[in-house]
Design a protein around this ligand. Structure first.
Ligand SMILES: Cc1ncc(COP(=O)(O)O)c(C=O)c1O
Length: 359
């Protein structure tokens, strides 16, 4: 009965597929929660900067956070080199993606979904009844820019999201290729959620292209995925409009403090980022030495691997029985692929042991 009031495109919508909690995984696979190794959400296994927790006792929990995000945006301005009025923070990059849909997109507008990529773009487009136009990457996951431009034209597309580095493939887009797309009549969102593992950015192009929006996150490099904080860089007119549509108190006081402290102490985060990067290099070498397994190179903190011999599902289950959870996929173009977040040296040793015993 209530269904008659619910929008048809919401009734048709499939739920977003998030990572399961440790509790759920433990129950499902008959494991103890403490034995679970999470390599399925690209989290930082080392956690946040060590001083963060001590700072929480001084936070006034009874007071609303600053809806204008003044201190946080000043801090982000120093970090990014952009003006404070070109920055706004959100409850994860996810909230910023949602704001983009609210500001720019309407039912039946076309979104180009450069697959495989982060699922939130097409999910949110579907949730407002947009037309999602799939565009397949080449076999090495690069993007054929000329074909893409044709697709944008044919569909008079409104928006394209380009994750760089891309999740789950790990490869990035060059600024030259990006510029080709920016010259078109389309809103271009470059999702730099994994920027700190890569180091290259398109931020300096914001001054030249009004249609460029950049997204960043504290979830991956900063070890505070649970606090939900990300941000947007764009020209000030876009930012003004985000301030109209975002929830006024979207960054809670704990997240705000944690983000500012992380930025102030980011040099202290660097050794853990270096450990992740060297763990990645070792793991790629290890995997590529196995018979009939392939690791794609990656600019992020995860690696996509292909297991044509035994199949992704077989390897997933083998790892899961040992308490190791990686990301599996149902997409046809990711057949037999699993995405491994780079964990601590101890965690990666366990992964290698399971793989070695199989190959
Ligand atoms: C490419 C990409 N963008 C955005 C997000 C979401 O980030 P956040 O935790 O800041 O919402 C993710 C998370 O996996 C991601 O991989």
């Amino acid at each position: 009965m209530i269904n008659k009031f619910i929008n048809q495109h919401i009734l048709d919508l499939k739920k977003y597929d998030p990572v399961d909690s440790d509790k759920k995984l433990a129950e499902e696979f008959g494991l103890k929660e403490k034995d679970i190794i999470r390599l399925n959400a690209n989290e930082n296994p080392y956690g946040p900067w060590a001083g963060i927790k001590d700072s929480f006792s001084k936070i006034k929990f009874n007071v609303y956070p600053d809806s204008n995000q003044d201190l946080l945006r000043e801090s982000l301005s120093k970090y990014t080199g952009l003006d404070k009025n070109q920055i706004v923070a959100g409850s994860g990059a996810d909230e910023m993606i949602e704001c983009i849909f609210k500001i720019f997109c309407n039912k039946n507008d076309a979104l180009i979904d450069v697959q495989p990529t982060f699922g939130m773009y097409s999910f949110l487009a579907d949730s407002i009844g947009m037309k999602v136009v799939p565009f397949e990457r080449d076999l090495d996951w690069t993007i054929n820019i000329n074909k893409l431009k044709e697709e944008i034209d044919i569909n008079s597309a409104k928006v394209i999201f380009l994750a760089s580095p891309n999740n789950p493939t790990g490869n990035s887009l060059s600024n030259e290729d990006l510029e080709e797309i920016l010259k078109m009549d389309i809103l271009v969102v470059v999702d730099e959620t994994y920027f700190e593992f890569y180091g290259s950015t398109a931020a300096e192009m914001i001054k030249d292209y009004e249609n460029l929006i950049i997204l960043r996150s504290f979830s991956k490099w900063a070890g505070i995925a649970g606090l939900r904080i990300g941000y947007m860089l764009a020209n000030s007119e876009v930012i003004d409009n985000v301030f109209k549509v975002k929830q006024p108190y979207n960054i809670n006081v704990v997240a705000e403090k944690a983000a500012i402290l992380t930025l102030e102490n980011r040099i202290g985060m660097q050794p853990n980022i270096e450990k992740i990067l060297s763990g990645k290099k070792e793991f790629i070498e290890f995997v590529n030495n196995l018979d009939n397994v392939y690791a794609f190179s990656s600019d992020a903190n995860f690696i996509l691997c292909k297991f044509p011999k035994n199949g992704g599902k077989f390897i997933f289950n083998k790892l899961a029985r040992e308490g190791i959870f990686v990301r599996s996929f149902s997409n046809e173009n990711l057949k037999d692929c699993l995405r491994f977040t780079i964990g601590t040296a101890g965690q990666m040793k366990k992964v290698k042991e399971v793989l070695k015993a199989t190959y």
